[in-house]
Write a protein that binds this ligand. Sequence first.
Ligand SMILES: *Cc1c(COP(=O)(O)O)cnc(C)c1O
Length: 363
Amino acid sequence: MELKTEIKPKDKCGKLPADESTLGFGVIFTDHMFSMSYSESKAKERDKGWHDAKIGPYGPISLDPAAIVFHYGQEVFEGMKAYRWKNDDIYLFRPMKNLERMLASAERMVMQPFAAPFVLEAIKELVKIEKDWVPKSPMTSLYIRPTYIGTKAILGVQPSSEYLFYVILSPVGAYYATGFNPVKILVEEKFVRASPGGVGFTKAGGNYAASLLAAKKAKERGYTQVLWLDAAEHKYVEEVGTMNQFFVIGDTILTAPLTGSILPGVTRDSIIHMAKDYGYKVEERLVSIDEVITASENGTLTEAFGTGTAAVVTPVGELCYKDKCMVINDGKVGKITQRLYDDLVAIQYGEKKDPYDWLVKVC
Ligand SMILES: *Cc1c(COP(=O)(O)O)cnc(C)c1O
């Protein structure tokens, strides 16, 4: 398939705010987007399969009100970032991991596979066109949101025979504008995020709609997010919001295994790699909330943190379960948490050598 570029002088022409500290997350969008369409069958041969791949103006899309995505939620997405280095080079971080995960999400939702290498080239081309939108201030970046939806207009519950895939870009601010602050997390007792055999391992839109109520209730009570427990026993810790969760207990870094109800985070994988390289003991295994409480009581729970593309690493300062709150490391950022955060960020922004070949140059 050929990638067409349809850029015209009259396209929306925005620019970064002069003060990049006002960027926030996912609030403003760049001038152009990538899109491509899929049709199972069409009168014209050239409209069959994946077709019409193009980079064009960013703007509203027109869909039939009966489109499957609106009724049955056939939608998956991704989240990754482009980073501007001090020398103005622009890099992506492990983008193929995101696209492979998107293919896994799509497969679970019975959506058509796409050629990940082609999409990666399209994303690189789009970011190159929008390179002036990649902010310069420390810890800012250009967030990349690949989105994939079923568009066939039909009300029967079935996999769509037509799809739209698009990528939009949003310059985002430094997550920790006010410093690297430990958050307060509520262990969720009643609601669950994902169950065995379900779709927890996918970045499917419905997962996030289903998580809103628990997050809202937790926020009303002064917590940043909830820590989900497993659906079957309400016993094992799974993950937090859009972050994978880690605990440091004794000399071991612990995180839940990828058993299908947990999102396989690219940041999670990177942190595990780095921690092992530093010689820390890392275990991917079931961790019960009781184990965490016991470790807190006997003083062996020394650190807790979440990992995800948006914030990279988020230290947890306080974890509350039922009517008990555990303060972790006096509510301060732990040594291991800080080291992993500093080093991963340094790799992403080209301030430290990337020994893993994780970075992909855009321009
Ligand atoms: C996206 C996401 C993560 C983090 O994944 P990264 O690839 O590290 O950004 C973790 N949990 C959930 C539920 C997510 O949606």
